[in-house]
Write a protein that binds this ligand. Structure first.
Ligand SMILES: Nc1nc2c(ncn2[C@@H]2O[C@H](COP(=O)(O)OP(=O)(O)OP(=O)(O)O)[C@@H](O)[C@H]2O)c(=O)[nH]1
Ligand SMILES: [Mg+2]
Length: 370
């Protein structure tokens, strides 16, 4: 028996697009052997004839076309409702997310299913890889938002392997969706796409990107509200990105170190070496604890006091390593280029060597993936 590939189409006033899209999707069935295509439309509060058109088409495709009608509560909510319905009534093997405004070409569906057959758990139709594209006539602000939005996410999650986090054209094995329901139900807007992908990565899903050419909608209005979208992306990254938290912890550590040194040297009149030793070690300890309970809280150290002590020692070694790298690197640069721009060299070394070095070693040695 063929496995079910369910294409979910969220719609709000897509009367100009929906019929053509549904017909084009079903036409792709001819090219697909292993899967049976079904379509579920979740129409939210359309004031045009979207739902009526779908109801008429259901008479033509009574076995394979479904409609649910809901209140308009954002894209994430619309997908969430559709996932629940699919789980209950359709039991698909793989689910597609797809815009209903003809921006995503149904011709890509067979190719994406082929990748699923070859072993991918999730296939992303990506605009920002070789062969993919965004519309040439997009306004500059939209290009900039879309491109930098993606870049911020990629850096925020320190995951450069995935190029298109915000694409709304994806094929996803249902087991991932089923596991993700509790996580994604909190994200109603467009940020839901990021939440779902982040979840899939943490579930160790095998993710594959294939290029798509995103086509601008011809009929109907765009529903996206950019400033709110970007704001939500920032909130999400702040909440879930270990890297951003690790970065903030580093800055806090710097201030603790500096503040305590100042206190011990200027106010308590300690000797400089003792003041430095104490303040540095306290900053290292606070960094260790903040990273453990905040930045890497999803992989907290387990196993009691001895484990903590052992990992704290490792943490000290990594920290000593960064002092060594910084001292040596700065000395080399100063020897070669002169002393004038030492602060610039220091910033460069911290940004391009110390930060990646510490982040990678913390992940490899101390807070390892479970
Ligand atoms: N059910 C439902 N669908 C929605 C909602 N918001 C957007 N959509 C649909 O989600 C898909 C993507 O929305 P679009 O407005 O095309 O957003 P976009 O693709 O990011 O922007 P443009 O292509 O520029 O219009 C379309 O099929 C919309 O009809 C919603 O609140 N509920
Ligand atoms: Mg669109």
């Amino acid at each position: 028996m063929k496995k079910i590939a369910l294409i979910i189409l969220p719609t709000h006033n897509e009367a100009g697009n929906i019929e053509k899209l549904i017909e084009e999707i079903f036409k792709e069935q001819e090219k697909i052997e292993k899967f049976l295509l079904k379509i579920l439309v979740n129409d939210s509060s359309s004031t045009d004839k979207t739902a009526e058109i779908v109801k008429r088409l259901i008479k033509k495709y009574p076995e394979n076309l479904y409609l649910i009608e809901t209140k308009k509560e954002g894209l994430g909510k619309a997908y969430y409702q559709a996932f629940l319905y699919a789980k209950e009534k359709i039991k698909p093997y793989v689910v597609f997310e797809m815009d209903a405004d003809l921006s995503h070409s149904p011709k890509k569906i067979p190719e994406m299913l082929l990748e699923i057959e070859k072993g991918a758990d999730m296939v992303i139709g990506a605009r920002y890889i070789k062969g993919g594209s965004i519309p040439k006539d997009w306004g500059l602000h939209r290009k900039v938002f879309s491109f930098f939005g993606n870049l911020i996410i990629r850096l925020g999650f320190m995951n450069l392997k995935i190029h298109d986090w915000t694409s709304g054209f994806r094929a996803i094995k249902f087991w991932i969706l089923n596991n993700s329901l509790n996580h994604i139900k909190n994200y109603s807007g467009y940020v839901f796409q990021i939440a779902l992908l982040d979840f899939a990565i943490k579930e160790k899903a095998n993710i594959k990107e294939i290029p798509i050419n995103f086509i601008d909608r011809k009929y109907g209005k765009s529903k996206i509200f950019f400033s709110q979208y970007i704001f939500n992306i920032f909130l999400y990254i702040l909440k879930f990105s270990s890297f951003i938290k690790f970065f903030i912890v580093g800055i806090i550590g710097f201030f603790i170190d500096f503040g305590l040194s100042y206190l011990f040297i200027e106010k308590i009149h300690q000797t400089v070496w003792l003041a430095t030793l104490i303040s540095t070690e306290i900053a290292i300890l606070s960094n260790f604890l903040l990273n453990n309970f905040w930045s890497f809280s999803h992989k907290k150290i387990q196993g009691g006091f001895i484990k903590y002590l052992f990992n704290f020692l490792k943490f000290n070694f990594v920290s000593a390593g960064s002092v060594f790298i910084q001292t040596l690197g700065l000395q080399i640069l100063v020897n070669v280029f002169g002393k004038n721009l030492w602060y610039l060299y220091k910033i460069l070394i911290i940004t391009f060597i110390i930060i990646p070095y510490s982040y990678i070693l913390y992940n490899k040695l101390i807070w390892r993936n479970k």
